[in-house]
Write a protein that binds this ligand. Sequence first.
Ligand code: SF4
Length: 161
Amino acid sequence: MTEIKPEILEKMRRFAENFAKKSGTVINPNKEAAEAVIQGLAAHVQELGKPLCPCNFYPDKQEEIKRRRWICACDEMQALKYCHCLLFTTEEGLPITEYLPEWHEGRQIYGLVKDPTPDKGRALARPEKIYEILKEYVVEHNLDIPDEEIWEWAYKVAKKK
Ligand code: SF4
């Protein structure tokens, strides 16, 4: 495996610290877990020029970069404040799941984890964006969830202006 350049690693550490502050989360107190994600992000910066999320499988990384949804901080994080890599968490090291519907794996794995800082983060929490993210999730996971239900949830958890 190619060694990651220290300046890229440092840049990703700084990015993670700044984004955690901005979004009202913390970097996972489990330092090993956090470092593994930061290393994965840095490896993608070195390989691809972008911090593509290291916790997914991509059939075509270049195509995925064009779509942008999994470039850190990803759409799920910016709309639903959910980091499935467990990099941006609560003080207890849990991912925030409050804005996910019950059929989302985040809710099924971690239960309901409330957002301790609802006034911070979620820059993309508009109903249309939330619908788009959840609709993709439903299609990719082959779930039978009616459109109306996805819209209803999207409006329920959208950030009120
Ligand atoms: S899940 Fe999203 S926010 Fe978390 S590390 Fe991956 S891209 Fe970044």
